[in-house]
Design a protein around this ligand. Structure first.
Ligand code: GRF
Length: 203
């Protein structure tokens, strides 16, 4: 079986990245993580990648005249590794037309809420402020909007009385680490089909 090649774009801690790499190294996995790219030099995720033996690169957006030029540089790295799927994992930048154009329907993101509720920053804080009893996480295809692309998979997580942002975030994060690798495996199974806003999972 030819395995799919994955790149992870990140900006910070990289715990989802680590979970994806671990899953890729289990028996029967249908994907390999080839590359981690960060827009931030100080991303802890870059160090984690080095420890895991995955090539990890910092691409500094400030070194380029505009977002398009920055994304062209990222795309050159991705193409060099024959990347099939780009996974955003705590990547704190909006994806622009260059990256979207080169990888149409081939960019995923994970968000720590049940979309379309609470898109954008501080999703766990937003959920607590709104008093919801259930939140969770969502893996979706990336489009030009903020956390607005077709939804692939979701996992609900109960909000417990007395939860603060840290407690809820930790509980959601544990589920993120399970959901993201499952969604990636589903992508490479070839069973996903995008129909407008809906992702159909074929039998
Ligand atoms: C996660 O909560 C993810 O849902 C959000 O950013 C956070 C990244 O965490 N998009 P990590 O860097 O994977 O630990």
């Amino acid at each position: 079986m030819k395995k799919g090649n994955v790149a992870v774009l990140l900006s910070g801690r990289g715990s989802n990245f680590t979970a994806i790499v671990r899953a890729s190294r289990t028996a029967g996995a249908n994907f390999t993580v080839r590359l981690a790219v960060s827009n931030r030099a100080d991303a802890v995720g870059l160090k984690k990648a080095a420890r895991l033996g995955i090539p990890a690169l910092h691409v500094d957006p400030a070194a380029f005249p505009d977002k398009a030029a920055y994304e062209r540089a990222v795309c050159a790295l991705l193409e060099g590794e024959h990347i099939d799927l780009v996974c955003l994992a705590g990547y704190m930048r909006l994806v622009g037309p260059v990256l979207l154009g080169r990888y149409p329907g081939r960019i995923l993101n994970i968000h720590p809420a049940l979309l379309p509720s609470f898109p954008g920053l501080d999703a766990q804080r937003q959920a607590l402020d709104r008093g919801v009893k259930v939140s969770g996480c969502t893996v979706h295809f990336v489009d030009a909007g903020t956390d607005s692309g077709p939804i692939i998979a979701q996992q609900p997580v109960a909000v417990r009385p007395g939860d603060d942002e840290d407690a809820l975030s930790r509980r959601i994060l544990r589920q993120e680490h399970r959901l993201y690798p499952r969604a990636i495996a589903l992508f490479f199974s070839g069973r996903l089909q995008i129909d407008g806003r809906t992702v159909i999972v074929r039998k």
